[in-house]
Design a protein around this ligand. Sequence first.
Ligand SMILES: C[S@@+](CC[C@H](N)C(=O)[O-])C[C@H]1O[C@@H](n2cnc3c(N)ncnc32)[C@H](O)[C@@H]1O
Length: 282
Amino acid sequence: MKDQIKKNFAWAQKEGVDVCLLAYDDRMSLLKVGSCLVVYHVGSRPELDYLTSLLTWNPERFFFKERYPQDAHCQYRARPQESYGFWVKEYDLKFWVDPGQYHDIGLFADQRKARQLIKALSDGKRVLNLFCYTGGFSVAAALGGARLVKSVDLSETYLLWARKNWEANRPAAARDFWLKRDVLEWLRSLPSDRFDLIIVDPPTYSSGKKMRQNWDIQKDHAWLLRSCQRLLAPNGSIYFSTHASAFHWDSSVPEISRWKDITEQIQTEDFPRNLVKAYIYQ
Ligand SMILES: C[S@@+](CC[C@H](N)C(=O)[O-])C[C@H]1O[C@@H](n2cnc3c(N)ncnc32)[C@H](O)[C@@H]1O
């Protein structure tokens, strides 16, 4: 682990990214978040002495969290803890993170390259970001020159967080719209808007009081992607990604051959391979 940490630490410094996975094994993952360290562990907490013996720097604070049960991405509801928020940078983007409060810090670093891709694809586009969380893709699209960005999420907390990120990045031209809605319900209402670029990075599973039906990426992606295709302007594209480890395409997805696998292209240097699978429809 020591070598992995040294290599990734140096890499992140050189790249200009403040959130970086330093190392991982079967028992724990070490995420550098600014000058703090988040330790995602399986079973009991690793000893502080052991952790410091691995590091070449002294974190300002350590945060310990139990690692996700497999495939629970974004649906894990640990009790909120004390907040500890600050700004981090990711190339030319700036995000508010909070390693203290929730299980996730507010920025999925494994989508770092995907945000750069969205930025590169957004010039002059009308962009829709579904399941927007803290708005990472929305901000990237705006800084890439999008003329309009509509972001949808059912969480008030995350939408407020996303707007804070948006304002801090001061996108010049883009008009912004924030919708506090269940994406599935909103798509069912057949919105009349058309978009040139749609980003859809849904949770693997989702359920809750605010939703009329549970969500399961494997069962429901065909319907979701079909609904997105309907909102697409001529020559538009859809970016779709998932963390579901056993994800496979449902043969009822329309025009399936037009979905290109870009998993390799968005692979980040510090994360395990194929943790995020990504596809683009053009
Ligand atoms: C996987 S994260 C999305 C990550 C985000 N795309 C990013 O890259 O930062 C899940 C997000 O989906 C939202 N969510 C879950 N189910 C939803 C639903 N049915 N409608 C709208 N938002 C939902 C959650 O509130 C959370 O913000």
